[in-house]
Design a protein. Structure first.
Length: 246
């Protein structure tokens, strides 16, 4: 487990690592950059950089944490990667079921694998299932997510790469929006983010604005911290209502 600087979670848990780029949002993947740094530092598990790999030694990490924690699962991978064995996924969800005091936020760009897995299985109550929808082309992932029975369903519209258009948020509880950071970051126009916020407000969905990223609201490039996370004159930290098990 690693306590996280990600604004919408408490900690990260990576029972697998590594991934492959499959859509526009993957272009400047922070996890790939970090994995290559860890390989250079000779960190265990990263001998092959960003190559997909299961990490069985990490399966029991949440079992050792008693305090209720929100875990972002696989910040360094995609839990529903095409090479992920369903038998190993079952072990991940076994850990989740054994720790009802925690909430597990799982985000994927692989809606087909997500759908195939849950076609014969149910999601534990303490799982928040999400998909990334960074542009209009990827909005089909939302329809797949909507049809999976989960306590919380959420969207990560990050990096927001274009005006995404109308979003059907039926069955969706939470939307996260953010701009891209790091070398080669692509700008996010204010009107794109504002449009999503207005749609969330109209449809009664919690809205979380994570960051402007490398490009500020004024279109100027500066540090992510300097650009901040203020939209329409305020910070947006809304989250869906969820009660941790005791």
């Amino acid at each position: 487990m690693k306590y996280s600087k990600i604004e919408w979670t408490d900690a990260t848990w990576n029972p697998s690592i590594g991934c492959d780029k499959i859509s526009a949002g993957c272009k400047n993947c922070y996890a790939e950059i970090m994995a290559n740094r860890l390989r250079a530092m000779k960190s265990p598990g990263y001998e092959n950089g960003f190559t997909f790999k299961t990490m069985p030694g990490r399966l029991d990490v949440p079992l050792r944490i008693k305090r209720p924690t929100k875990f972002f699962v696989n910040s360094m991978s995609d839990l529903f990667h095409e090479e992920m064995p369903f038998k190993y996924l079952d072990k991940v969800f076994e850990t989740i079921r054994k720790t009802p005091q925690h909430a597990y936020q799982i985000l994927t760009k692989r809606e087909k694998v997500l759908n195939d897995y849950f076609a014969t299985r149910s999601a534990p109550r303490n799982v928040w299932l999400g998909v990334t929808a960074e542009n209009r082309k990827s909005k089909n992932r939302i329809d797949v997510l909507r049809n999976i029975d989960a306590e919380i369903r959420f969207l990560s519209i990050e990096p927001l790469l274009e005006e995404i258009g109308r979003i059907n948020l039926s069955g969706i509880h939470w939307v996260i929006v953010g701009g891209e950071s790091g070398h080669g970051a692509r700008p996010m126009k204010p009107e794109w983010a504002i449009d999503v916020q207005k749609q969330c407000e109209k449809q009664g969905v919690s809205f979380f604005f994570k960051q402007w990223g490398a490009w500020g609201e004024d279109g100027q490039r500066r540090s992510k911290k300097a650009n901040g996370r203020v939209l329409l004159g305020r910070e947006w930290n809304e989250e869906p209502v969820y009660e941790f098990a005791t």
